[in-house]
Ligand binder design. Sequence first.
Ligand code: 9D3
Length: 246
Amino acid sequence: MTFDVLTIFPEFFRGPFEHGVVARARMAGALDIRVHDLRRWTSDRHRTVDDRPFGGGEGMLLKPGPVFEAAETIWPERTPARKIVLLSAQGRLFDQSVAREWTALEGLLLICGRYEGVDERVAEHLADEEISIGDYVLSGGELAAAVVIDAVARLLPGVLGNEESAKNESFSGTGEEIRLDCPQYTRPAEFRGWKAPETLLSGNHEEIRRWRKLAAVEKTRRLRPDLLERRLAGREVSETGTREAQ
Ligand code: 9D3
């Protein structure tokens, strides 16, 4: 799968994808990440990518011209297996079910918003989707693009060494068992007077299994009661523990 990123801060992406799972997957050829400097598609002396909003108001917006030109150069052809995504604070919420859906794509082109936003014609006439990673204010789409790439890339075949480990974790499982991972402990068995649960040291695998299930449900109730309430309310729930399109 190929990820193309369109940004006015291409240097931003040096760090996140040069380490860890994504870096190894890249070297193994399981995925490709190409970062493009939006200013490459400007033609004026100052390489202008922004302008003032019509009707007045604070701040500047990304102009549509360079964004459209860039997208049309990067992908001269549109196909259903290639999605153009605008990252913006107004977008539909990104979650694990969206990440899973996108693993089926051949390519994702991620457009990083900046300044006060992006000319709306990008959302209306260029992007297939407008996506936010959560209800908080970032200063631009770059961190969000890195989050989306990480979440999708690690689900691709051949990316995680262990194909199973992507499944047995928080936010997966069937609609019957929506809960977070259980609490986990490692050595030492006692640390600063705090003991690891005895059951986990007992070697009784049946008891360990029951303890883990109970501890996971309790922790979910404490930190994410919303995940359990969705289930009790009997609303339709996807394999990821998130509600599907309503
Ligand atoms: C505080 C400014 N806002 C109200 C006037 C609008 C606004 C403009 C630009 C809010 C955020 C941004 C920059 N954010 C993103 O481009 C962004 C984002 C985010 O802020 N939160 C969650 N996901 C994303 S994806 C892109």
